[in-house]
Design a protein around this ligand. Structure first.
Ligand code: NAD
Length: 292
């Protein structure tokens, strides 16, 4: 059984990006510039955006954090997006989700110029992904693809079960695994809260990607011997064994599932560290005009 070390792969990729930035600098070219819009002061969003800004510093990108109060109107946010769309110095930007309830997230997503949509959430980029055209892949699925690639995990012809169909993880993941590419070329079954025979489907899977957000949901009796398990879930639970008083659990009951697997991602330290790194990869692509 191999434990997939997302922290290590993430560091490797960030070092590769930093080396690219050095080359860009030496050549006197424009340094990649990522902007993030943060509306309101939700604690979790602050942490996520903070992590993205830190990662930019680490790889040598320029970053801009645009803070807007939670009373910002939808029009004010759309105006700010138009401004960033037209700002030649900014290669790509994200609007940190979730947004305050009075703002329509779909409208906001569609207002971002697809050329600068480094989150890969714009319908034009989702469509390009489905058609296997060059695009910005959504960060978490892109990170998983990187892990499969770097660990040389065979996917062609394999049965893959994706648990969860969210627009940011499950659905794009199922598209990536079915595409005619490597990693990809799987026979994919996408499952969700209304799926009736989940255990039966999982037992036939060579690869299971669990993204449902229910701590330790996937138990050993769901998993066949030798399966590859990718655990996307992150649930914070109380713990009297840690200093902080809480710990993170994945969607997989790790201790009993791991002995049956060929490969498994731990939580924390598996998929999680890859997400911000994928955003850095997309920003580099945006700066190099690799997609559009
Ligand atoms: P979501 O709540 O938007 O979607 C959950 C999906 O799971 C839904 O499609 C639902 O139909 C499905 N589901 C729920 N119960 C199910 C069941 N019993 N059987 C089968 N399917 C079921 O969640 P999300 O945003 O996709 O996130 C999923 C998990 O991944 C969460 O724990 C989240 O914190 C985590 N996450 C981690 C990262 C990362 O960087 N590692 C990034 C994004 C999300």
């Amino acid at each position: 059984m191999t434990i997939i070390d997302g922290k290590k792969v993430s560091e490797e990729i960030q070092n590769e990006i930093a080396a690219e930035v050095q080359k860009i600098k030496s050549a006197g070219k424009k340094i990649p510039h990522l902007a993030a819009i943060l509306v309101g002061n939700d604690g979790a969003s602050e942490t996520y955006v903070g992590g993205k800004v830190k990662a930019c510093e680490k790889v040598g990108f320029v970053s801009t954090l645009v803070r807007m109060p939670d009373i910002t109107s939808e029009k004010e946010l759309l105006d700010k997006i138009a401004e960033l769309n037209n700002d030649k110095d900014i290669d790509g930007f994200i609007v940190q989700l979730p947004l305050p309830k009075h703002i329509n997230e779909q409208k906001v997503t569609e207002a971002i110029d697809p050329k600068k949509d480094v989150d890969g959430f714009h319908p034009a980029n989702v469509g390009r992904m489905a058609l296997n055209l060059p695009t910005y892949l959504p960060a978490t699925p892109y990170g998983i693809i990187q892990l499969l690639e770097r660990y040389k995990i065979e996917t062609a012809g394999k049965n893959c079960v994706v648990i969860g169909r969210s627009h940011i993880v499950g659905l794009p993941m199922s598209i990536l695994m079915v595409r005619n590419s490597n990693p990809g070329n799987c026979t994919v079954t996408i499952t969700h809260s209304k799926t009736k025979n989940l255990k039966e489907l999982c037992l036939q899977a060579d690869i299971i990607i669990a993204a449902l957000g229910k701590a330790e949901f996937l138990t050993a009796d769901h998993v066949k011997q030798g399966a590859v398990i990718i655990d996307v879930g992150i649930t914070r639970v109380k713990s009297d064994k840690t200093k902080t008083g809480w710990k993170l659990l994945g969607d997989v009951k790790y201790d009993e599932v791991a002995p049956k697997c060929s490969f498994i991602t731990p939580v924390p330290g598996g998929v999680g560290p890859m997400t911000i790194t994928s955003l850095m990869m997309n920003t580099l692509k945006a700066c190099r005009r690799e997609i559009y």
